[in-house]
Design a protein around this ligand. Structure first.
Ligand SMILES: Cc1ncc(COP(=O)(O)O)c(C=O)c1O
Length: 404
Protein backbone atom coordinates (compact mmCIF):
# COMPACT_ATOMS: atom_id res chain seq x y z
CA UNK A 1 0.00 0.00 0.00
CA UNK A 2 1.23 3.45 -0.88
CA UNK A 3 1.27 5.94 2.01
CA UNK A 4 -0.30 8.85 0.12
CA UNK A 5 -0.29 11.13 3.17
CA UNK A 6 3.47 10.88 3.51
CA UNK A 7 4.06 11.21 -0.21
CA UNK A 8 1.93 14.34 -0.41
CA UNK A 9 3.59 15.78 2.69
CA UNK A 10 6.94 15.33 0.95
CA UNK A 11 5.75 17.39 -2.02
CA UNK A 12 5.55 21.14 -1.37
CA UNK A 13 4.44 21.68 -4.97
CA UNK A 14 1.01 20.27 -4.13
CA UNK A 15 0.24 23.39 -2.09
CA UNK A 16 0.13 25.28 -5.39
CA UNK A 17 -0.48 22.86 -8.25
CA UNK A 18 -1.82 19.53 -9.37
CA UNK A 19 1.09 18.15 -11.33
CA UNK A 20 0.29 15.71 -14.14
CA UNK A 21 3.40 16.10 -16.28
CA UNK A 22 5.99 13.61 -15.03
CA UNK A 23 6.81 12.54 -18.61
CA UNK A 24 8.54 15.94 -18.93
CA UNK A 25 10.08 15.91 -15.45
CA UNK A 26 8.72 15.30 -11.99
CA UNK A 27 8.98 17.39 -8.85
CA UNK A 28 11.57 16.06 -6.43
CA UNK A 29 10.32 14.72 -3.10
CA UNK A 30 11.57 16.68 -0.08
CA UNK A 31 14.10 14.00 1.05
CA UNK A 32 15.82 14.27 -2.35
CA UNK A 33 16.04 18.05 -2.02
CA UNK A 34 17.26 17.66 1.58
CA UNK A 35 20.03 15.26 0.56
CA UNK A 36 21.34 17.71 -2.00
CA UNK A 37 21.00 20.84 0.13
CA UNK A 38 22.65 19.20 3.10
CA UNK A 39 25.67 18.36 0.90
CA UNK A 40 25.76 21.88 -0.56
CA UNK A 41 25.45 23.46 2.87
CA UNK A 42 28.22 21.30 4.28
CA UNK A 43 30.33 22.10 1.24
CA UNK A 44 29.71 25.81 1.79
CA UNK A 45 30.79 25.63 5.42
CA UNK A 46 33.79 23.31 5.26
CA UNK A 47 34.70 23.43 1.56
CA UNK A 48 34.56 20.52 -0.86
CA UNK A 49 38.12 19.33 -0.26
CA UNK A 50 38.45 18.72 3.47
CA UNK A 51 40.17 15.31 3.03
CA UNK A 52 37.78 13.30 5.22
CA UNK A 53 34.71 14.98 3.66
CA UNK A 54 35.95 14.43 0.12
CA UNK A 55 36.71 10.79 0.82
CA UNK A 56 33.32 10.29 2.41
CA UNK A 57 31.68 11.95 -0.62
CA UNK A 58 33.45 9.72 -3.13
CA UNK A 59 32.59 6.64 -1.08
CA UNK A 60 28.99 7.73 -1.13
CA UNK A 61 29.08 8.14 -4.92
CA UNK A 62 30.29 4.54 -5.25
CA UNK A 63 27.55 3.33 -2.89
CA UNK A 64 25.01 5.08 -5.11
CA UNK A 65 26.51 3.39 -8.14
CA UNK A 66 25.93 0.05 -6.40
CA UNK A 67 22.38 1.11 -5.50
CA UNK A 68 21.62 2.23 -9.05
CA UNK A 69 23.00 -1.05 -10.40
CA UNK A 70 20.88 -3.09 -8.01
CA UNK A 71 17.82 -1.03 -8.91
CA UNK A 72 17.99 -2.17 -12.55
CA UNK A 73 19.53 -5.62 -11.98
CA UNK A 74 23.03 -4.68 -13.14
CA UNK A 75 26.49 -4.84 -11.62
CA UNK A 76 28.27 -1.80 -10.24
CA UNK A 77 30.96 -1.90 -12.96
CA UNK A 78 28.28 -1.68 -15.62
CA UNK A 79 26.89 1.69 -14.50
CA UNK A 80 28.06 5.18 -15.46
CA UNK A 81 26.54 8.37 -14.10
CA UNK A 82 25.48 10.69 -16.90
CA UNK A 83 23.74 14.08 -16.87
CA UNK A 84 20.83 13.00 -19.08
CA UNK A 85 19.49 10.34 -21.42
CA UNK A 86 20.62 12.07 -24.61
CA UNK A 87 24.27 12.02 -23.59
CA UNK A 88 24.04 8.35 -22.65
CA UNK A 89 22.67 7.52 -26.13
CA UNK A 90 25.54 9.50 -27.66
CA UNK A 91 28.08 7.54 -25.62
CA UNK A 92 26.83 4.38 -27.31
CA UNK A 93 26.22 5.71 -30.83
CA UNK A 94 29.57 7.51 -30.83
CA UNK A 95 31.53 4.85 -28.94
CA UNK A 96 30.86 1.71 -30.98
CA UNK A 97 33.29 0.91 -33.79
CA UNK A 98 31.14 1.16 -36.90
CA UNK A 99 31.92 -0.26 -40.30
CA UNK A 100 30.76 1.03 -43.65
CA UNK A 101 27.44 -0.66 -44.49
CA UNK A 102 26.42 -1.36 -40.87
CA UNK A 103 22.73 -0.88 -40.17
CA UNK A 104 20.91 0.50 -37.14
CA UNK A 105 17.17 0.07 -36.58
CA UNK A 106 15.04 2.58 -34.67
CA UNK A 107 11.27 2.80 -34.27
CA UNK A 108 9.05 5.21 -36.17
CA UNK A 109 7.91 6.60 -32.80
CA UNK A 110 11.25 7.81 -31.44
CA UNK A 111 11.83 11.35 -30.25
CA UNK A 112 14.80 13.35 -31.50
CA UNK A 113 17.33 12.12 -28.93
CA UNK A 114 16.98 8.48 -29.91
CA UNK A 115 16.82 9.14 -33.64
CA UNK A 116 19.28 11.85 -34.66
CA UNK A 117 22.41 10.38 -32.95
CA UNK A 118 21.87 7.25 -35.12
CA UNK A 119 21.07 9.31 -38.21
CA UNK A 120 24.34 11.18 -37.70
CA UNK A 121 26.22 7.89 -38.21
CA UNK A 122 25.43 8.24 -41.92
CA UNK A 123 28.70 10.16 -42.11
CA UNK A 124 30.45 6.89 -41.25
CA UNK A 125 28.51 4.92 -43.85
CA UNK A 126 25.98 3.53 -41.36
CA UNK A 127 22.47 3.08 -42.73
CA UNK A 128 19.50 3.98 -40.51
CA UNK A 129 16.38 1.86 -40.91
CA UNK A 130 13.07 2.87 -39.37
CA UNK A 131 10.72 0.15 -38.17
CA UNK A 132 7.04 0.89 -38.61
CA UNK A 133 5.24 0.06 -35.38
CA UNK A 134 1.78 -1.54 -35.50
CA UNK A 135 -1.63 0.06 -34.83
CA UNK A 136 -0.91 -0.10 -31.10
CA UNK A 137 2.44 1.66 -31.64
CA UNK A 138 4.21 -1.57 -30.71
CA UNK A 139 7.07 -3.46 -32.31
CA UNK A 140 5.86 -6.36 -34.42
CA UNK A 141 8.55 -9.03 -34.37
CA UNK A 142 7.72 -10.21 -37.88
CA UNK A 143 8.15 -6.68 -39.22
CA UNK A 144 11.42 -6.47 -37.29
CA UNK A 145 12.62 -9.72 -38.81
CA UNK A 146 12.02 -8.33 -42.29
CA UNK A 147 14.28 -5.37 -41.55
CA UNK A 148 17.15 -7.36 -40.07
CA UNK A 149 19.97 -8.31 -42.43
CA UNK A 150 23.48 -9.68 -41.76
CA UNK A 151 24.61 -6.01 -41.66
CA UNK A 152 22.27 -5.06 -38.81
CA UNK A 153 24.35 -4.17 -35.75
CA UNK A 154 21.91 -2.62 -33.33
CA UNK A 155 18.30 -1.79 -32.57
CA UNK A 156 17.61 1.24 -30.36
CA UNK A 157 14.11 1.73 -29.01
CA UNK A 158 12.24 3.69 -26.38
CA UNK A 159 10.84 1.33 -23.76
CA UNK A 160 7.94 3.75 -23.69
CA UNK A 161 7.49 6.55 -26.19
CA UNK A 162 7.01 10.01 -24.67
CA UNK A 163 4.27 10.82 -27.20
CA UNK A 164 2.34 7.56 -27.52
CA UNK A 165 2.48 6.00 -24.05
CA UNK A 166 2.90 2.54 -25.60
CA UNK A 167 4.99 0.23 -23.45
CA UNK A 168 7.12 -1.97 -25.70
CA UNK A 169 7.60 -5.71 -25.09
CA UNK A 170 11.27 -5.02 -24.34
CA UNK A 171 12.20 -8.55 -23.32
CA UNK A 172 10.79 -10.09 -26.50
CA UNK A 173 12.55 -7.49 -28.64
CA UNK A 174 15.90 -8.04 -26.92
CA UNK A 175 15.65 -11.83 -27.10
CA UNK A 176 14.71 -11.65 -30.76
CA UNK A 177 17.63 -9.31 -31.47
CA UNK A 178 20.00 -11.59 -29.59
CA UNK A 179 18.92 -14.55 -31.74
CA UNK A 180 19.86 -12.47 -34.78
CA UNK A 181 23.17 -11.31 -33.30
CA UNK A 182 21.95 -7.72 -33.08
CA UNK A 183 22.79 -5.44 -30.14
CA UNK A 184 20.00 -3.66 -28.25
CA UNK A 185 19.79 -0.26 -26.61
CA UNK A 186 16.74 0.41 -24.45
CA UNK A 187 15.93 4.06 -23.98
CA UNK A 188 14.28 3.77 -20.58
CA UNK A 189 13.93 7.49 -19.97
CA UNK A 190 10.19 7.01 -19.60
CA UNK A 191 10.21 3.79 -17.57
CA UNK A 192 12.98 3.75 -14.95
CA UNK A 193 11.15 4.49 -11.70
CA UNK A 194 7.78 3.61 -13.24
CA UNK A 195 7.94 -0.07 -14.21
CA UNK A 196 9.86 -2.95 -12.65
CA UNK A 197 12.93 -3.37 -14.82
CA UNK A 198 15.84 -5.81 -14.69
CA UNK A 199 18.51 -5.56 -17.40
CA UNK A 200 19.66 -9.18 -17.11
CA UNK A 201 16.11 -10.46 -17.45
CA UNK A 202 15.45 -8.11 -20.36
CA UNK A 203 18.71 -9.17 -21.99
CA UNK A 204 19.59 -5.72 -23.34
CA UNK A 205 23.14 -4.62 -24.12
CA UNK A 206 22.72 -0.94 -23.26
CA UNK A 207 20.14 0.97 -21.27
CA UNK A 208 19.88 4.69 -20.71
CA UNK A 209 17.71 6.65 -18.30
CA UNK A 210 17.53 10.11 -16.85
CA UNK A 211 16.79 10.59 -13.16
CA UNK A 212 14.49 13.56 -13.34
CA UNK A 213 11.31 11.93 -14.61
CA UNK A 214 9.79 8.82 -13.00
CA UNK A 215 12.53 8.43 -10.40
CA UNK A 216 11.90 12.01 -9.28
CA UNK A 217 15.60 12.74 -9.03
CA UNK A 218 17.28 16.03 -9.92
CA UNK A 219 17.92 17.50 -13.33
CA UNK A 220 21.44 16.62 -14.45
CA UNK A 221 21.20 13.04 -13.21
CA UNK A 222 21.00 9.80 -15.17
CA UNK A 223 22.52 6.41 -15.77
CA UNK A 224 24.07 4.51 -18.62
CA UNK A 225 24.15 0.71 -18.36
CA UNK A 226 26.63 -1.15 -20.54
CA UNK A 227 26.72 -4.96 -20.43
CA UNK A 228 30.02 -5.95 -18.86
CA UNK A 229 31.38 -7.80 -21.88
CA UNK A 230 30.84 -4.70 -24.04
CA UNK A 231 32.38 -2.04 -21.80
CA UNK A 232 35.85 -2.34 -23.30
CA UNK A 233 34.46 -2.27 -26.86
CA UNK A 234 32.89 1.14 -26.36
CA UNK A 235 35.41 3.96 -26.81
CA UNK A 236 34.60 6.96 -24.63
CA UNK A 237 33.89 10.16 -26.53
CA UNK A 238 35.68 12.21 -23.88
CA UNK A 239 38.88 11.83 -21.93
CA UNK A 240 39.78 13.09 -18.48
CA UNK A 241 40.74 12.25 -14.92
CA UNK A 242 38.60 9.65 -13.19
CA UNK A 243 37.97 7.70 -16.39
CA UNK A 244 41.41 7.52 -17.97
CA UNK A 245 44.83 6.23 -16.95
CA UNK A 246 47.83 8.21 -18.12
CA UNK A 247 51.18 6.53 -18.53
CA UNK A 248 53.17 9.73 -18.83
CA UNK A 249 56.52 7.97 -19.07
CA UNK A 250 55.48 6.15 -22.25
CA UNK A 251 53.22 9.01 -23.34
CA UNK A 252 50.19 6.71 -23.62
CA UNK A 253 46.79 6.45 -22.00
CA UNK A 254 44.08 3.85 -21.47
CA UNK A 255 40.51 3.90 -20.27
CA UNK A 256 39.23 2.20 -17.13
CA UNK A 257 37.82 -1.28 -17.68
CA UNK A 258 34.52 -0.34 -16.00
CA UNK A 259 31.68 1.94 -17.12
CA UNK A 260 33.36 4.67 -15.10
CA UNK A 261 35.36 5.18 -18.33
CA UNK A 262 32.40 7.33 -19.40
CA UNK A 263 32.81 9.76 -16.50
CA UNK A 264 35.71 12.08 -17.31
CA UNK A 265 36.44 14.87 -14.86
CA UNK A 266 34.72 16.00 -11.68
CA UNK A 267 31.46 14.12 -11.02
CA UNK A 268 28.28 16.19 -10.68
CA UNK A 269 28.15 15.30 -6.99
CA UNK A 270 24.89 17.05 -5.95
CA UNK A 271 22.89 15.40 -8.72
CA UNK A 272 24.39 11.97 -8.04
CA UNK A 273 23.53 12.33 -4.34
CA UNK A 274 20.01 13.41 -5.32
CA UNK A 275 19.73 10.42 -7.65
CA UNK A 276 20.71 8.11 -4.78
CA UNK A 277 18.05 9.63 -2.52
CA UNK A 278 15.49 9.33 -5.33
CA UNK A 279 16.23 5.61 -5.71
CA UNK A 280 15.86 5.17 -1.93
CA UNK A 281 12.55 7.02 -2.06
CA UNK A 282 11.30 4.83 -4.92
CA UNK A 283 12.47 1.66 -3.18
CA UNK A 284 10.69 2.66 0.03
CA UNK A 285 7.40 2.84 -1.88
CA UNK A 286 8.14 -0.22 -3.99
CA UNK A 287 8.34 -0.25 -7.77
CA UNK A 288 5.56 -2.85 -8.06
CA UNK A 289 3.22 -0.64 -6.02
CA UNK A 290 4.15 2.32 -8.19
CA UNK A 291 3.42 0.42 -11.39
CA UNK A 292 0.07 -0.85 -10.09
CA UNK A 293 -1.09 2.56 -8.92
CA UNK A 294 -0.11 4.29 -12.16
CA UNK A 295 -1.88 1.57 -14.15
CA UNK A 296 -5.07 2.24 -12.17
CA UNK A 297 -4.73 5.99 -12.61
CA UNK A 298 -4.18 5.51 -16.36
CA UNK A 299 -7.30 3.39 -16.76
CA UNK A 300 -9.34 5.90 -14.79
CA UNK A 301 -7.94 8.82 -16.78
CA UNK A 302 -8.79 7.12 -20.08
CA UNK A 303 -12.36 6.44 -18.96
CA UNK A 304 -12.86 10.02 -17.82
CA UNK A 305 -11.30 11.52 -20.95
CA UNK A 306 -13.76 9.55 -23.05
CA UNK A 307 -16.62 11.48 -21.42
CA UNK A 308 -15.40 14.75 -23.00
CA UNK A 309 -17.26 15.56 -26.21
CA UNK A 310 -14.88 15.72 -29.18
CA UNK A 311 -12.01 13.98 -27.43
CA UNK A 312 -9.40 12.35 -29.70
CA UNK A 313 -6.99 9.97 -27.99
CA UNK A 314 -3.66 8.99 -29.51
CA UNK A 315 -1.50 6.00 -28.72
CA UNK A 316 -2.37 2.30 -28.44
CA UNK A 317 -5.97 1.37 -29.27
CA UNK A 318 -5.73 -1.42 -26.73
CA UNK A 319 -5.40 0.28 -23.35
CA UNK A 320 -3.58 -2.76 -21.92
CA UNK A 321 -0.48 -1.46 -23.71
CA UNK A 322 -0.71 2.04 -22.27
CA UNK A 323 0.93 3.36 -19.15
CA UNK A 324 0.48 6.88 -17.79
CA UNK A 325 1.38 8.91 -20.89
CA UNK A 326 -1.96 9.82 -22.49
CA UNK A 327 -1.82 12.12 -25.50
CA UNK A 328 -5.03 13.73 -26.76
CA UNK A 329 -6.74 16.60 -28.49
CA UNK A 330 -10.23 18.01 -28.18
CA UNK A 331 -12.00 18.94 -31.41
CA UNK A 332 -12.21 22.68 -31.89
CA UNK A 333 -9.61 23.50 -29.20
CA UNK A 334 -5.93 24.13 -29.46
CA UNK A 335 -3.79 21.95 -27.15
CA UNK A 336 -1.84 25.04 -26.05
CA UNK A 337 -5.07 26.78 -25.02
CA UNK A 338 -6.18 23.70 -23.07
CA UNK A 339 -2.83 23.55 -21.30
CA UNK A 340 -2.85 27.27 -20.51
CA UNK A 341 -6.42 27.14 -19.23
CA UNK A 342 -5.58 24.23 -16.94
CA UNK A 343 -2.42 25.99 -15.72
CA UNK A 344 -4.48 29.10 -14.85
CA UNK A 345 -6.55 26.78 -12.66
CA UNK A 346 -3.55 25.12 -11.04
CA UNK A 347 -3.33 21.95 -13.15
CA UNK A 348 -0.09 21.29 -14.99
CA UNK A 349 -0.06 19.19 -18.14
CA UNK A 350 1.87 19.81 -21.37
CA UNK A 351 1.22 20.40 -25.07
CA UNK A 352 3.59 20.19 -28.02
CA UNK A 353 5.16 17.89 -30.55
CA UNK A 354 7.31 16.38 -27.80
CA UNK A 355 10.01 16.24 -30.47
CA UNK A 356 8.33 13.06 -31.70
CA UNK A 357 7.34 14.57 -35.02
CA UNK A 358 6.69 11.25 -36.71
CA UNK A 359 3.86 10.61 -34.26
CA UNK A 360 2.34 13.99 -35.15
CA UNK A 361 2.62 13.13 -38.84
CA UNK A 362 1.08 9.71 -38.33
CA UNK A 363 -1.95 11.36 -36.75
CA UNK A 364 -2.04 14.30 -39.21
CA UNK A 365 -1.71 16.86 -36.42
CA UNK A 366 0.70 19.64 -35.51
CA UNK A 367 0.55 19.19 -31.74
CA UNK A 368 -1.10 17.26 -28.96
CA UNK A 369 -1.80 17.72 -25.26
CA UNK A 370 -0.54 15.09 -22.84
CA UNK A 371 -1.32 13.82 -19.35
CA UNK A 372 1.28 11.75 -17.54
CA UNK A 373 0.20 10.96 -13.98
CA UNK A 374 2.57 9.40 -11.46
CA UNK A 375 1.91 7.58 -8.19
CA UNK A 376 1.54 10.83 -6.21
CA UNK A 377 -1.46 11.88 -8.31
CA UNK A 378 -5.00 11.12 -7.22
CA UNK A 379 -8.25 10.14 -8.89
CA UNK A 380 -9.72 13.42 -7.59
CA UNK A 381 -7.06 15.43 -9.42
CA UNK A 382 -8.04 13.67 -12.62
CA UNK A 383 -11.69 14.54 -11.95
CA UNK A 384 -10.72 18.19 -11.48
CA UNK A 385 -8.77 18.30 -14.73
CA UNK A 386 -11.58 16.64 -16.66
CA UNK A 387 -14.26 18.97 -15.35
CA UNK A 388 -12.06 21.99 -16.11
CA UNK A 389 -11.61 20.79 -19.68
CA UNK A 390 -15.37 20.28 -20.06
CA UNK A 391 -15.92 23.80 -18.77
CA UNK A 392 -13.34 25.18 -21.19
CA UNK A 393 -14.94 23.32 -24.08
CA UNK A 394 -18.33 24.74 -23.14
CA UNK A 395 -16.89 28.23 -22.68
CA UNK A 396 -15.16 28.08 -26.09
CA UNK A 397 -18.30 27.02 -27.98
CA UNK A 398 -18.91 29.22 -31.00
CA UNK A 399 -15.62 31.10 -30.53
CA UNK A 400 -13.01 30.93 -33.26
CA UNK A 401 -10.24 28.63 -32.04
CA UNK A 402 -6.90 27.58 -33.32
CA UNK A 403 -7.06 23.89 -33.84
CA UNK A 404 -4.41 21.21 -33.70
C1 LIG B 1 11.62 8.95 -24.77
C2 LIG B 1 12.69 9.95 -24.49
N1 LIG B 1 13.92 9.73 -24.96
C3 LIG B 1 14.92 10.60 -24.74
C4 LIG B 1 14.72 11.77 -24.05
C5 LIG B 1 15.85 12.73 -23.85
O1 LIG B 1 16.35 12.58 -22.59
P1 LIG B 1 17.14 13.73 -21.81
O2 LIG B 1 16.28 14.94 -21.83
O3 LIG B 1 17.34 13.15 -20.45
O4 LIG B 1 18.40 13.94 -22.53
C6 LIG B 1 13.45 12.05 -23.53
C7 LIG B 1 13.25 13.29 -22.78
O5 LIG B 1 12.22 13.86 -22.68
C8 LIG B 1 12.42 11.11 -23.76
O6 LIG B 1 11.19 11.33 -23.31
Amino acid sequence: MIDMMKIQKDMPLLEHYMYLNTAAASAMPQPVVDEMTSYLQKQASIGPYLPSFRQETYEQVEKIREKAALFIGAEQEEIAFVPNGSMAINYVSGGLQWEQGDEVIVLDTEMLSNYVPWLALQQQGVHLKVLKTNADYLVDLQALEQLITPQTRLIAFAHMSNASGALQPAKEICQFAQQHNVLTLINANQTVGLTPLHVKELGCDFLVACGRKWLRGPEGSGILYVRKALVSTLTPLMIGWGSTQWDYQNNTYSFLETAKRFEPGCPIIPSILGLGAAIDYTNAIGIHHIYERVKQLTNYLLKQLETIPGIVLYGPQNSDYRLSITPFNIEGLSPDDITNYLAQHGVIIEAGTFMANTIMERNHIQKMARFSPHYFNTFEEIDTAISLMKKFKEFSKGKAQDSY
